[in-house]
Design a protein around this ligand. Structure first.
Ligand code: ATP
Ligand code: MG
Length: 355
């Protein structure tokens, strides 16, 4: 089951982001508007344990989940997790005006034409987000069922209880809304650049306008450095993270590879903006700004390069902008370093903060 409805906010929930490169956990305490950080953890995953959002190595993932709780003294066991990647579909659909019960009974049928998978093989959830004279606007999310089941299993194997399975894009949006309190007309694109996946979430005020996951991310830089410069994975990762160029490699070659991959990423974002513009009739809701999240967004100069290519301001999303962080418990330098990776986990943890 996917659980999108914010009404099921529950106390004492840990936000758990199982990415393809690492598992991140965030625990918050306090009430809405006054939340503070209670626990935070990051645990690297071995390569190929999660591929395109699907868990391939259940044991490796559940070990990392258990470790991220243990190593950081996170004691709550109820978890909000999320799914992302090509198995996830998020769409705004329009259906004829009907009662809640009627919609509940017919949603599968309405959703079917928007989902490229067999409707019997997906978990589906939806929210009515508006109404016209004789229609309802429905935000719907679907994910292949085995992806959801698999994630729940990994969490349960670690001795935790998955109480909410959300979608990365909505967690991203949650984190943004809580921290930035956007005005009703403010349209931004949230970009979560992970290792293998990039989530593009266009939000107007607090409305989810358009969502897309593209199979690109930080891995592409590493792979291209390996391929074109003959580097090992470790060497390429080090270069990507700002390390010195290995012997025989010119800085210029590295910059050219960065630029090439960044072009690819920017193209995916541009395509999404173009499609969004073509399919929304509210022309005033053009994207004004891009907020960046995800470890992949830490590539040096990426915000500037994206801003040049997309011609909008691009800046990092601060997941703790309105969340109190005690500097005696959480090292400020470590925190700043891991801000981008924590955005989805914070958004998930916010599901447990009472509004
Ligand atoms: P996904 O969301 O794609 O499943 P994930 O959630 O595990 O993956 P993140 O943890 O957000 O991904 O980011 C991991 C990526 O960030 C990796 O590609 C990693 O190489 C990259 N990365 C981490 N630190 C840096 C850095 N300082 N500079 C450039 N890239 C970095
Ligand atoms: Mg991720």
């Amino acid at each position: 089951m996917l659980n999108l409805k914010k009404s099921i906010a529950r106390k004492g929930i840990v936000g758990l982001d199982i990415g393809s490169s690492a598992v991140k956990a965030v625990e918050l305490e306090g009430r809405a508007g006054q939340a503070s950080l209670a626990g935070l953890g990051y645990e690297q995953l071995p390569p190929d344990t999660v591929v395109d959002g699907q868990i391939m190595e259940l044991n490796a993932v559940s070990q990392a989940v258990a470790e991220v709780f243990n190593a950081n003294q996170i004691n709550a066991t109820r978890v909000a997790a999320s799914v992302s990647g090509s198995a996830v579909i998020v769409k705004n659909i329009v259906v004829p005006k009907m009662s809640e019960e009627e919609l509940d009974e017919s949603i599968d049928w309405h959703a079917e034409e928007h989902i490229p998978f067999d409707i019997n093989d997906v978990c589906l959830d939806y929210q009515v987000v508006g109404a016209g004279a004789d229609s309802l606007f429905v935000l719907m999310a679907a994910c292949k069922r085995d992806y959801v089941t698999n994630r729940r299993q990994a969490i349960q194997l670690a001795g935790k209880e998955p109480v909410i399975i959300d979608v990365d894009a909505f967690a991203l949006q949650n984190c943004y809304e809580y921290n930035y309190l956007p005005g009703p007309e403010q349209t931004v694109a949230l970009l979560n650049i992970g290792a293998a996946n990039m989530t593009i979430q266009i939000v107007s005020g607090t409305r989810s306008m358009f969502t897309r996951d593209a199979s690109v991310g930080g891995n592409q830089y590493t792979a291209m450095l390996q391929r074109d410069l003959g580097l090992t994975y470790e060497q390429a990762e080090a270069v990507k993270r700002g390390g010195p160029a290995p012997d025989g490699v010119d800085e210029k070659q590295i910059e050219a590879i960065f630029a090439h991959v960044t072009d690819m990423l920017a193209l995916e974002v541009q395509k999404t903006f173009d499609f969004y513009r073509a399919t929304t009739d509210e022309s005033e809701r053009a994207v004004e700004k891009v907020l960046l999240a995800g470890g992949g967004s830490k590539l040096r100069g990426l915000a500037e390069s994206l801003s040049e290519r997309l011609r909008v301001p691009v800046e990092p999303l601060d997941p703790f902008r309105r969340i109190r962080v005690d500097a005696r418990r959480f090292d400020p330098d470590y925190m700043r370093e891991f801000f981008p990776e924590m955005v989805v986990a914070v958004g998930l943890a916010l599901r447990g903060v009472e509004g």
